[in-house]
Design a protein around this ligand. Structure first.
Ligand SMILES: COc1ccc(C(=O)/C=C\Nc2cc(OC)c(C(=O)O)cc2Cl)cc1
Length: 295
């Protein structure tokens, strides 16, 4: 890591430029690769921040029987290394491509160089700039193909939402951010943990009595919330109070605003994805043949 002499940070063959993304994960900077004269998206994670977030530096809670509580075995960076391992095996036009990882043990920062998806996040939420039904249709078809690929690769994304969908110059969508994704063996994973973004969480993940719930159905639910956001610029269930948001997700019906006018088949596919019962919720194969998708 050095000063590139022109005020930009130099990282190996990369010249780091403006910040183009920011989130709970850290930041993303535009990076210019001097060896191939191409631009990349450099995701920068602080290892210390990740350790702190995982409670790595927290004093272990006093245990009643005088012995110190056993610390969970997972090393906090293990999550990042798992994300990297997942990303390295993914290769699909609708999934971001990890090009390389720069991890200097002496350095606090960990750098992940991704192929640049030129236009960035497809949409901010809330937003008054909503997508037309036709544009939403184009993007949703890409999301279906991307999620189909991930589920085929036995990966549940668990954080599908507009800000994790990047738009390229070719007007195609790439799915990003595998920070909370789960890998599974077998035909599906049965989870009990809640992860992801509250407004996009499925009802079965919010129930008190936590029985196991299917991972794949969580992504389908989040795809439904995302499609609703494309059209209306806001989520169907919103509340500043987390517990009231949970109740709305668990109990409230989906309301479609009068404007913008949308087709009955679009409303139908959204309702089938936002079925509160994961057992009867539409599956990915059924989505692919839904009239709104195949029109
Ligand atoms: C205006 O132009 C812009 C062009 C590109 C961007 C951009 O790329 C933003 C975020 N990027 C990413 C984030 C990720 O996670 C949170 C991951 C991942 O971990 O999978 C990968 C990428 Cl690439 C922004 C603005």
């Amino acid at each position: 890591l050095s000063d590139g002499g022109d005020g930009f940070i130099q990282l190996n063959q990369y010249k780091l430029k403006d910040e183009i993304g920011k989130g709970s994960y850290g930041i993303v900077k535009l990076a210019y690769n001097e060896s191939d004269e191409a631009h990349y998206a450099m995701k920068i994670l602080s290892k210390r921040r990740l350790m702190k977030k995982a409670g790595f530096f927290r004093r272990p809670p006093p245990s009643r029987d005088g012995k110190t509580a056993v610390r969970p075995p997972t090393h906090p960076l293990e999550r990042v290394y798992r994300e990297i391992a997942i990303l390295k095996k993914l290769d699909h036009p609708n999934v971001v491509r990890l090009v390389e990882v720069l991890d200097d043990p002496e350095e606090d920062n960990l750098y992940m160089a991704f192929e640049l998806v030129e236009k960035g996040e497809v949409m901010e939420i809330p937003s008054n700039k909503t997508l037309s039904e036709d544009t939403a249709w184009k993007y949703f078809r890409d999301i279906i193909l991307g999620i189909e690929y991930l589920h085929y690769q036995k990966i549940i994304h668990r954080d599908i939402k507009p800000s994790n969908l990047l738009l390229g110059d070719d007007d195609h969508i790439k799915i990003a951010d595998f920070g909370v994704s789960n890998e599974f063996t077998g035909s599906d994973v049965y989870l009990t943990s809640t992860a992801g973004t509250p407004s996009f969480m499925a009802p079965e993940a919010l129930k008190e009595e936590k029985e196991n719930f299917s991972g794949k159905a969580l992504d389908i639910w989040a795809m439904g919330i995302t499609l609703y956001c494309f059209i209306y610029g806001k989520c169907p269930f919103e509340d500043d109070m987390p517990l009231s948001l949970h109740q709305k997700i668990l109990k409230d019906p989906v309301i479609f605003p009068e404007q913008p006018e949308v087709s009955e088949s679009l409303k139908d596919i959204i309702l089938k994805m936002l079925d509160k019962n994961p057992e009867t919720r539409i599956t990915l194969p059924a989505l692919k043949v839904h009239p709104w998708v195949t029109k």
